[in-house]
Design a protein around this ligand. Sequence first.
Ligand code: FNR
Length: 342
Amino acid sequence: PNVTEMVGLNDFQWAARHYLPGKNYTYYRNGAGGEWSYRNNLEVYNRYSLKARVLNDITNVEDSMSTTILGFNFSNPFFISPCARADYAHPDAELNLMKAASAADTLYIISGFATKSIEEIAAVAAENYTFFSQLYTTSNDTANQILFDRSEAAGAKALIWSIDAPGSPSRQRASRYGVTSAVTKLTRLTWDVYAKYQKMTTLPIILKGIQSAADARAAIKHGVPAIILSNHGGRNLDGSRSSLEVALEIYKEDPAVFREIEVLADGGVRYGTDALRLMALGVKAVGLGRPIMFSNVFGEEGVAKAIEIMHSEVMNDAANLGVADLKKINAEFVDWTPNNWY
Ligand code: FNR
């Protein structure tokens, strides 16, 4: 297939499945355990129907696509979630992601397990582009300090600390190919450790992998500037809830969270309408993981196309929903009683 034939994000998965060696495709595609969370991440959005309003003037909806994350300006209310091993799709690996994201002024969070070094990736960014750096830490603070300092020196404007994988995931499909997770096992992750890290860097540290209203509230208490709701794309704890379910819990139990901290979210976002449901609850921007990794089979052009498709879908779906200003989308645009479509 050709990149121009890609009309939706799922097309990239289809292309990758046909094009990549089984081992590489499977590492990207795999979920943990019985993959219930993986599937739920995809299906959950359709449980909540959209309540379109009509005859709203939507002529300015495109202007409202831009957003800020930690005060930095971006053109899209979505971002590239950090994913390991971009070389499984393309020899230029993460360089393609950085080039395409920076050209589209869309946030890219570099994975701590990127194949290229953060210095190499940062070097191909467009001028004045803001990117963030994700990392996993270990109990070795000398090594952690080096990671923090390298990210800062390379130009990252925030660190993302992924906290949803303190144990080894069971990813059976990939294991059959001999591919395992790169994450270090049984690391001690606690709120005290967060406070310690904050003293080791001047960069803000975002927590990735918040999965409950209680922990979102705890993050606020510990001075965290932003959180990413995530169950790691269903790759770590099978049976864990999707970000939409967690966002809904926050909305019902502690909605002030959305005003007191920046809430981002990822998992299973494949259509503009998925993003809109998360944003309706107060999520500021949504992350794309696998669709971007799959789009990289076409290199930079593929990643650019995936971003373009998502941009167009979020904008047009918002217009069809009757959202005149994405910054004012709210929970009234969605029926939060689960439907019985299937
Ligand atoms: C990931 N994810 C991930 N997260 C992280 O914090 N650091 C990492 O290195 C990785 N690596 C990684 C590799 C691959 C192949 C995938 C698919 C995912 C999780 C990622 O950031 C994100 O949370 C999910 O991918 C979002 O779900 P979707 O969009 O893939 O459904």
